[in-house]
Structures are given as structure tokens and as C-alpha cells.
Design a protein around this ligand. Structure first.
Ligand code: FES
Length: 162
């Protein structure tokens, strides 16, 4: 092998490596774009993630507060306990409004009625309102809307206390 042949092979190898590198870059970019496309589209802080409902003191005992972004109600019980109740009816999924005049959650679709604890009073719903877990972080009520809890019956331990 003379010097000139060695030089030709090196050039060919260089072009091959450059070509391979450009292909790796191209497929890398296409793969990254595909992963971005396939990633679940959950907004941080929106439904499906942990939602900050507000400061604990914003929820006075005996009140119901609707947190629409998280699709839940914060029910602050008279004894200070906190419940995050999914506003979705456990019958067929209608949004259940809180009725101040009745002091109850009353589903307009088929008349299921629930207490401030989400317990089923009447109607075709098969179980109490579902719950989301609550954490208190730096005085804020943080609700994990990615992990709903179905209850066959309500329990005093469902509430979160500070
Ligand atoms: S969807 Fe609520 S009672 Fe049927």
C-alpha cells in the first residue's frame, strides 16, 4: 500500500463517518420530536397532577370551595378536617354542583345527593364521591388529582388534619 492509497482510504473513511454522524443527528432529532409528541399533555398544576388548592386558612371550617382547575371541592369539615372531593358524579360522571340552599351536593343529571363528606344520601350513584389525597406543604393544601380514591363507604380517617 503506497502513501497515496492510504490517503484515499482515510478520506473515504472520513466521509463515511461524517455521513454516519449526520444520520445519527437526524434520527436523534426525529426521536426527540417523537418523544415530545408522545409525552402526556398534562399541565403542571392542572388536573391529573398535584394542584395547589390554596393556603389552609383560606378554607374556613364548615365551608365548601370549588377548585375548578383541579375538578374538586375542598370540603372543610366543622372539626377542621379537609377533604378533596372529585366533582365527578360516581353515577355517570356529571359534574356535581354544591347547593348552598340545600347544604348538599346535588347532581342535576339523575338526582344523586351527597353530604359535605361526599357520602351518598340518595339517588342512583353506586358509592360516595371519590377523594383525592391531600398533603399540607408549607401551609398550602396540595391535592394529588392523579390518584383518585374510590370509597365503598365514608370513614372518619378520610379527612386530612393539620
Ligand atoms: S350522573 Fe349524577 S346521578 Fe346520574
Amino acid at each position: 500500500m503506497n502513501k497515496q492509497e492510504t490517503s484515499k482510504v482515510s478520506r473515504r473513511q472520513f466521509l463515511g463517518m461524517a455521513w454516519a454522524a449526520s444520520l445519527v443527528g437526524l434520527f436523534g432529532q426525529a426521536g426527540a420530536a417523537m418523544l415530545q409528541f408522545l409525552k402526556p399533555r398534562m399541565k403542571p398544576g392542572g388536573f391529573g397532577s398535584k394542584v395547589i388548592a390554596g393556603q389552609v386558612e383560606e378554607f374556613k371550617p364548615g365551608t365548601i370551595s370549588h377548585v375548578r382547575a383541579g375538578r374538586f371541592y375542598i370540603s372543610r369539615l366543622e372539626d377542621g378536617g379537609l377533604l378533596a372531593l372529585w366533582h365527578r358524579c360516581t353515577h355517570l360522571g356529571c359534574t356535581v354542583p354544591w347547593r348552598d340552599d340545600e347544604g348538599l351536593f346535588h347532581c342535576p343529571c339523575h338526582n344523586s345527593i351527597f353530604t359535605t363528606e361526599g357520602d351518598l344520601v340518595s339517588g342512583p350513584a353506586p358509592r360516595p364521591m371519590d377523594l383525592f389525597p391531600i398533603e399540607i406543604v408549607d401551609g398550602q393544601v396540595v391535592v394529588d388529582t392523579g390518584n383518585p380514591i374510590e370509597r365503598a363507604e365514608i370513614n372518619p380517617s378520610d379527612a386530612t388534619y393539620i
